[in-house]
Design a binder for this molecule. Sequence first.
Ligand SMILES: *Cc1c(COP(=O)(O)O)cnc(C)c1O
Length: 376
Amino acid sequence: MKKETKCVHSGSYVDPNTKGINTPIFTSSVFEYLDSDKQPYPRYFNTPNQEVVVRKLCDLEDAEDGILFSSGMAAVSTTMFALVQQGDHVILQDELYGGTHAFVAHQFERLGIEFSFVPTDAKEITKAITDKTKLIFVETPTNPLLSIMDLHKVAQIGKGNNIITVIDNTFASPINQNPLQLGIDVVIHSGTKYLGGHSDICCGIALTRKNIANRIKKTALNFGGSLNATTCSLLERSLKTLSLRVERQTENAAKVAAFLDNHSAIKQVYYPGLKSHDGHDLAKSQMHGFGAMTTFELASNTLNSLDFLRNLQLIKPALSLGGIESTICSPAMTSHRKMSAAERERIGVTDGLLRLSIGIEHSDDLIVDLEQALSV
Ligand SMILES: *Cc1c(COP(=O)(O)O)cnc(C)c1O
């Protein structure tokens, strides 16, 4: 089946009594155990509502099994703790989601796990490998500059050195990129973003082969970051429109990026779909679509980013991303504010840089809003 069909039908639970079209919400945390070989319990990651969502996402990412968590960070942290231990070494990209960066920086040293941050370049990963390296963690497209990492090469490096490879695939979503098909071992999503898509739930998932999933599940039982039935149900409902939403968002993003690219008040646009983007060819070869995130830098002398954000009437200055409504934020003022100005400058996160998450509004309306905010 194609993805559009999987979004609607995969994993569906049919209630034998009513034959209702939708999965009922099983609010029970307690299930009778006589005459049943299975004991569902929310923290065992095996309730009907959890399993329905996992099956749908397994189909969308070509995974054998998955573990559904109460946040993206629960998925990231539990997966890493399940796959490495004291004395091991982990290689991570330095352009990572801020929460993942902070998790590694705050927790690993204390637990005796070694780590190296490397630039978004597969050659840099090879250079950083030691005989203790057990895990490679990448993210592509990256936040906020949408750099592209070569997933084929990362997968080869992992296989050649017996190192597990993990990707945070949140920005692409399963509609625009399927890393397991390229040989990556584990895919993680913050479901809070495109999977949920309506800016109203928090969740995360790790998707992989059966044997790795079993290792993650074992650790997850101890850490306990499982997802409740009501949120599972909201997520299942959201996933039915995932391909519709992300395809429209991606189309809109291409149009908005082209508009920004031609505007004199914009210094630079970072969108993998633009030929001028460093990672364009690579993105074309490993993604099905270029995604719905667009980052750009104002030509600053005339307009500062705060004034620009206040001028916007339709696009909302807000953190987070992936919702049906377009949102925009200044990484220098939000996700990267704790870095020094010099460090921000070094990695390209300037004060005039803005990260735009494109929604499903009509692209003409988004462009009109950007145009008026740039010319006030
Ligand atoms: C938001 C996000 C996360 C963390 O997800 P939460 O659901 O907020 O815990 C991880 N990775 C990326 C790329 C994200 O955008």
